[in-house]
Write a protein that binds this ligand. Structure first.
Ligand code: BES
Ligand code: ZN
Length: 515
């Protein structure tokens, strides 16, 4: 990165803020090397309490950057981010922490995780028919509309009424899109320390609801010259574009009647611009309940085309394998869309909150860092200054839809076709145990069989749990070797019951054509 000297005007502003340092309330933040060096010029009093080599996901050690825990005033926090963006032409990312202990924990990042919570999914591309049905229906005009609607709030700052209202507006917009679908819910996520709420829409997985695919962007906007109730901060690109991109993904999935096997969640985070505060609270709460988030994609700035390529995949604070998968999705589904790569540094957006907790993250970006949108964080981050179009964001929406469908359609079980599942246990005389539902596909056969000791009987029923007197088929010979099968011309749920005619052990195998 090219470093420039701080111009006199900025230096004066920073000097002017220095005397109030002691009076201002101090906050704990963690930040990367570049931002820390800038901070030392601006406020030599701010000495790091603790520094470590950051785990930024880079493959080679030479790529490593250091991360530092410091205490700064609010003014310095914003002046810093502004100065790094404008003077160094790179992100001045930082994470806000409520306590020193929380700051130390975040600083250690992945290095001190006891276990990575996520299970690595398959990155095989298998959902061509669904993806190819959904993508052509996606429209730039819908994205443009949402960007304009969000930009029309005076600002969406985390502490203002505009920030609060934008959250309620988005919740209602997503509820309208979800319509009558009972498997989709939209809710706000309340944060104790500020008034803007995050918004989360959940599409429940049919088969593997505990495996979660996350798309995210940030709802808030900022004007780094100071944001009050009346300060304009349209944030059209940063990040109305990301929220609008996700909104179009949601609309297209619902319009197609798509039902994922895994759970898909789309998140509009509050308070990103003030240290990734909303996404940290959310990612921390998912991690502490051991949520199996299988993949996270961050959409932050998707509509300003600043470089030769279309989509730049960040290589730091992201997962190498998942990011290669996203590149593969682009090649497969978006012919003509070109891909580059870049790095955005410590804590540049909400994916870092998930990355720190051990989850797999990808951050596709609209431009290279050195020619990124110069208008962000000012009154001039408008739709007009993204050249009055949403064609660029549409590429990101299609990529994100492919990501949601490909990851969302998988699960522990294969997506469709022949499936075998086995169970074993023991039963007392007169006891029974039921299994299911097994999702039998139309015109498929469902077959169950047991082996074991004693005399175990087998019952199978379509549409409900069998009893010894109500079943679609039964097999009740004098040993535990039984077999019984049924067919259906429509998709149906099948259940199995094993019954201990005498006490015994059983091994149950079911094979069927899955929906
Ligand atoms: N959308 C930006 C991140 C960004 C800006 C990435 C330009 C690439 C190019 C984000 O909202 C932002 O402003 N991030 C801040 C850090 C945040 C914690 C205040 C940044 O990177 O300086
Ligand atoms: Zn920003």
């Amino acid at each position: 990165m090219v470093k420039k000297l701080i111009p006199a005007a900025v230096a004066a502003l920073l000097l002017a803020s220095a005397p109030s340092f002691a009076a201002d309330k101090l906050h704990w933040i963690t930040l990367g090397d570049a931002a820390y060096k800038q901070l030392q010029k601006m406020a030599p009093q701010a000495i790091a309490k603790h520094s470590v080599m950051a785990d930024n996901g880079a493959q080679s050690l030479a790529d490593g950057e250091k991360a530092h825990l410091v205490q700064v005033s609010e003014k310095q926090m914003f002046a810093l981010s502004h100065a790094v963006h404008h003077e160094l032409k790179r992100c001045g990312g930082f994470m806000f922490h409520p306590t020193e202990a929380a700051g130390r924990a975040a600083l250690a990042g992945r290095n001190n995780l006891l276990a990575v919570k996520a299970s690595r999914p398959s990155y095989a591309i298998t959902q061509q028919s669904t993806v190819n049905a959904v993508l052509p229906n996606m429209q730039a005009s819908n994205i443009a509309q949402t960007i304009n609607d969000l930009s029309n709030f005076v600002n969406r700052y985390y502490q203002t009424q505009g920030g609060v209202d934008a959250s309620a507006w988005l919740m209602n917009k997503w509820k309208t899109i979800a319509g009558s679908r009972t498997d989709i819910s939209v809710a706000q996520f309340t944060h104790a320390s500020w008034k803007q709420k995050s918004v989360i829409v959940t599409i429940n997985g049919t088969d593997n609801p505990n495996e979660i695919v996350v798309l995210g962007g940030h709802l808030d906007s900022i004007n780094t010259s100071g944001t009050t109730e009346t300060t304009r901060a349209p944030g059209a690109d940063d990040d109305a574009s990301g929220i609008a991109t996700m909104t179009e993904v949601l609309r297209a999935l619902v319009a197609n009647g798509y039902k994922p096997r895994r759970t898909i969640k789309m998140m509009a985070y509050a308070a990103e611009e003030v240290g990734l505060r909303g996404s940290q609270e959310i990612a921390n709460s998912f991690a502490s309940s051991n949520a199996n988030v299988v993949g996270v994609m961050q959409l932050d700035m998707t509509n300003y085309k600043g470089g030769a390529n279309d989509i730049y995949l960040f290589t730091d604070y992201t997962d190498v394998q998942q990011t290669a998968f996203v590149k593969n999705l682009i090649t497969t589904y978006l012919p003509g869309v070109t891909v580059g790569s870049d790095k955005c540094g410590y804590a540049c957006s909400d994916h870092a909150s998930w990355f720190n907790k051990g989850y797999f993250t990808t951050m596709p970006f609209e431009s290279p860092m050195n020619s990124s949108n110069p208008y962000i964080h000012t009154v001039n981050d408008t739709f007009a200054n993204s050249r009055n179009q949403a064609d660029h964001a549409l590429k990101f929406a299609k990529m994100a839809a492919a990501f949601a469908i490909e990851l969302g359609s998988q699960g522990a079980a294969p997506p469709s076709g022949d499936r075998t599942e086995t169970f074993s246990g023991s039963l007392a005389r007169g006891a029974s145990k039921s299994f299911g539902p097994f999702k039998l596909a139309a015109n498929g056969t469902f077959k169950a069989s047991t082996t074991g000791s004693g005399d175990i009987d087998l019952y199978v029923k379509k549409g409900g749990v069998p009893t010894t007197t109500s079943y679609s088929c039964k097999s009740d010979g004098s040993t535990s070797t039984e077999t019984c099968s049924t067919t259906s011309t429509t998709n149906t749920d099948v259940y199995v019951l094993v019954y201990g005619y005498t006490a015994g052990n059983y091994n149950l195998t079911v094979t069927y054509k899955a929906q």
